[in-house]
Design a protein around this ligand. Structure first.
Ligand SMILES: Cc1cc2nc3c(=O)[nH]c(=O)nc-3n(C[C@H](O)[C@H](O)[C@H](O)COP(=O)(O)OP(=O)(O)OC[C@H]3O[C@@H](n4cnc5c(N)ncnc54)[C@H](O)[C@@H]3O)c2cc1C
Length: 502
């Protein structure tokens, strides 16, 4: 039978001392099968109650009648991505005994994204975050480009305001960001356990979640609440039956190359100075596969990639690397990336179904946050997941702490989580933008409208003397006829867009 955490904590103090204050890089695969206790910081070997600040100790005492005998942690958070670290930080600050479990050898080791963090969500959690966050560049130029194989049309916005505190968006490497956020949770008192994969949930006689199973020979982790922040395709949310209709069309595959270029070349190509950065979102660049592209600047690398709807990718028979190669060869993109040395190639699923794919957010003893709860917003002009992950992780942490304090960790006791999300930007955005993912991935938005827009502008700016200047309305009608878009469909799409974005 698996040993409990308290017995493990009692055993391994000596082994732990050495590992206690090593940086994330020290949690490498070579130590992956040391006993569980060997990964816990020194402080974890004190009696568990010693971790609780005075206020939480008294709250704890009032709960003793309603809680089972103290074993392990109050909360296990699975996954040290942005959602998990925000949850663990919030819980630790509330004086809750929390373990943050990560399968990678250090937080961020396995994670990828396009590259922009929208930091406003950190203002409350980590005031003045911009002074120490591991930022590459501050995004001061934001462009949305529509392309056809031979044309491009860009709305290119710049502002100096985003280059000053409190900033707006920043390009950040995930290995840096995730390690930084997890270190904040650790500093607040959370126990970070790396190189440990959670393989399932443990349950009590009534079905209530009572902890997690891990891939360690010695390590089930009992807990009164589990917060699943295990990312897209969450094993734990699925095991708990929280997803009713996971449809393949709700997922895209994000594929990214990181290309190294001298810093001065990047600044010259993108018109940047100092720490200024660019974010370009691209529509119409994925051929017959619904999706989109992106291009972000880091200090001395460029991230370029595509997101590809799964069923469309499968039926196209095309490879993601072909589609990135096509994007890099596009006449509007090639001059920006030429000569870049490939440093990294990575791929990851993205939950893009929005409101329609959201799972139940709680079960008895279980909450789910971040990508695990499909809280990633992909609406063409916005691809944001990290800020929703942080907000939902923090809300899950608050709700779990409140449920522990009330002694009710059933789904009803944890319902405060959904209320918190409903009264924040998280579910407000998902609800309002519920029709956006379907619209953006539709064939008209993917291919026909970019073609119409590019042709129209080409016509407008082509000087065709001795013919007189074209009339815009007439040219628009001619383009619509040529592309076989029916007025009815155009009106319906415009109405959907207005309702979503208006
Ligand atoms: C190509 C691409 C581009 C993107 N671009 C952006 C962007 O520019 N800006 C933005 O805001 N968002 C972007 N996103 C979305 C963003 O990456 C996610 O929404 C965000 O990472 C979600 O955070 P999370 O903490 O919920 O999950 P993740 O970041 O996926 O973290 C989950 C963590 O759980 C761990 N884990 C998983 N299973 C287990 C297990 N069984 N046991 C232990 N640990 C486990 C993982 O190792 C990982 O550390 C992009 C995504 C992709 C794929």
């Amino acid at each position: 039978m698996a040993e409990t955490v308290p017995s493990l904590l009692a055993q391994g103090a000596a082994a732990t001392r050495a590992a206690a204050h090593l940086p994330p890089a020290a949690h490498l695969p070579s130590v992956a099968h040391l006993p569980l206790a060997a990964h816990l910081p020194l402080a974890a070997h004190l009696p568990l109650a010693a971790h609780l600040p005075p206020a939480a100790q008294s709250a704890d005492a009032t709960q003793s009648a309603t809680r089972p005998a103290a074993e392990g942690f109050d909360v296990v958070v699975v996954g040290a991505g942005p959602a998990g670290s925000a949850a663990a930080l919030t819980l630790a600050r509330a004086g809750v005994r929390v373990c943050l479990v990560e399968r990678g050898p250090f937080p961020g080791a396995k994670n990828m994204y396009g590259g922009v963090l929208y930091g406003r969500v950190l203002d409350g959690l980590l005031p003045g975050w911009w002074q120490e966050a591991p930022v590459q560049r501050w995004v001061t130029r934001r462009a949305t480009m529509v392309v056809t194989p031979t044309q491009s049309l860009t709305v290119d916005f710049r502002t100096t305001a985003w280059g000053e505190p409190p900033y707006n968006g920043a390009t950040v490497y995930r290995s840096d960001l995730d390690a930084w956020l997890a270190a904040k949770a650790e500093a607040a008192g959370a126990v970070l356990l790396c190189s440990t994969t959670v393989t399932g949930l443990t349950r009590g006689p009534t079905g209530q979640v009572t902890g997690v199973r891990t891939d360690r020979p010695d390590g089930d982790l009992p807990a009164r609440v589990v917060v699943a922040c295990d990312g897209v395709n969450s094993l734990l949310a699925k095991e708990a039956g929280l997803y009713r209709h996971p449809e393949p069309e709700h997922f895209t595959l994000g594929v990214k190359e990181v290309l190294a270029l001298p810093r001065q070349d990047i600044e010259a190509r993108f018109g940047l100075a100092g720490r200024e950065g660019t974010d370009i979102e691209i529509l119409g660049c994925t051929g017959d596969v619904p999706g989109g592209g992106f291009l972000y600047t880091n200090l001395d690398t460029i991230a370029v990639g595509v997101v590809l709807q799964l069923p469309g990718l499968a039926s196209s028979g095309r490879r993601p690397e072909e589609l990135i190669a096509g994007l890099k060869a596009h006449p509007a993109v090639a001059p920006l990336v030429v000569g870049g040395q490939l440093k990294e190639y990575s791929a990851h699923l993205i939950p893009e179904g929005g409101w329609d794919m959201l799972p139940d957010l709680a079960a008895d003893g279980l909450l789910v946050a971040g990508d695990a709860a499909a809280l990633c917003l992909a609406t063409g002009i916005w691809l944001e997941g990290v800020n929703y992950a942080i907000a939902s992780g923090a809300a899950a942490g608050e709700a779990a702490a409140a449920a522990l304090a009330s002694g009710d960790t059933s789904a009803a006791g944890l319902a405060g989580y959904r209320h918190r999300l409903e009264s924040s930007f998280v579910l407000a955005d998902f609800k309002r933008l519920r029709r956006a993912p379907g619209l953006v991935l539709s064939e008209r938005v993917q291919r026909r409208y970019p073609q119409i827009a590019c042709n129209l502008v080409e016509r407008l700016f082509t000087v065709d003397n001795p013919n007189p200047k074209p009339r815009l309305l007439a040219a628009g009608r001619a383009e619509l006829r040529r592309s076989a878009v029916r007025a009815r469909d155009l009106a319906r799409d415009a109405w959907t867009a207005l309702r979503a974005f208006g």
